[in-house]
Design a protein around this ligand. Sequence first.
Ligand SMILES: Cc1cc2nc3c(=O)[nH]c(=O)nc-3n(C[C@H](O)[C@H](O)[C@H](O)COP(=O)(O)OP(=O)(O)OC[C@H]3O[C@@H](n4cnc5c(N)ncnc54)[C@H](O)[C@@H]3O)c2cc1C
Length: 346
Amino acid sequence: MSLGWRLRREGLEVLIIDKGEPGREASHAAGGMIAHCDPHLPDVLRPLAFAGAAMYPEFVRELQEESGESADLRDRGALAFLHEDERPGCERARAIESDGIQPLEPALTRPPLEQGMRAWWLPECSVDPRGLCLALLKAAKRRGVDFVTGSAVLEVEISAGRAVAVKTAHSSYSTGVVVSCAGAWASQIQPFGLPTHPVKGQMVCIVPAPGSWEDLLVQHVIRTPEVYIIPRSDRRILLGATVEDGGFDKRTDADTVEKLYQAAAAVVPKLGEMRIHDAWAGLRPGSPDKLPILGETALPGYFAATGHYRDGIMLAPITAEIMTRVITGEPAEFDLLPFSPLRFSQ
Ligand SMILES: Cc1cc2nc3c(=O)[nH]c(=O)nc-3n(C[C@H](O)[C@H](O)[C@H](O)COP(=O)(O)OP(=O)(O)OC[C@H]3O[C@@H](n4cnc5c(N)ncnc54)[C@H](O)[C@@H]3O)c2cc1C
């Protein structure tokens, strides 16, 4: 949707075809951390991650203005507990001494500092991906993006060696350019799928106990090796997330939900007084080398913008920007070779 919105602003006619409802799969399940400082990000992805994170405030401002929906951009930063040999991958990150943690985040009374862990404050923000998707949907519709929902694309049709249309069960839609943004399902589209696979993540949402009028319990995103804790401005707190190779199964299991809840309460005991509101799972679009797949495929006119794995919310604005440039023939201004769809056919 971010790409559709961006392309439409460039004056292109855009039709988004979704097998379900747009913004209801991985993007609906995500935590919404814009985690460009994460030491585990692949180095080759850092330029895109930094650019995406830098674009976020303006991206959200424009979308909110166009749609009237809030994406709940929060910019208090993240408190990350990293192993001693790990360093945040961004400037402005600050190591925090143990007596500096509670002044920043009073409810964090049991910081996990044992076994060589260190606390860092990271200049990261977070959004509510559900609010963001709603804002994108409305903004895209207002700008004249068309939608066909509840209809899976089965095949990209080819004529004279170019992609010329996409076929669903009931129709065929002619076009000059096809972009596969089919996430974990991208491999299912004929004649050749893009090699994504589902990587399941379970998340838990907790809310204050009935009758509690306490303010939002934590202000920062908190990341420990066991759990991440993401506050929303409406006092909900999200706990995430597992990383599981479980096929297309989106069920949650009670043990995992309990484990995430206990891991959060172990560092912020007051979270144990909140109640579990709901839990869900989503399917991240994994790729064979864990990098996004961006650019034109071997079939002229058929492009890929998928495989964003754990970072697709963070990378949404930069993906939209880069793919718009690629599609309209402008220089992308990033080295896109590591992300080329062609890397899998060599
Ligand atoms: C639990 C969890 C937590 C996460 N946390 C974060 C986070 O904190 N920060 C972050 O940056 N990222 C996070 N992510 C990753 C992020 O959610 C994904 O990388 C991103 O949402 C992928 O977006 P997408 O549009 O490519 O895929 P999706 O949001 O899955 O959308 C794919 C769309 O394609 C449609 N589709 C599929 N096949 C077809 C077809 N054949 N025809 C038509 N339509 C089709 C689907 O219906 C769907 O609407 C998280 C993911 C999960 C699951």
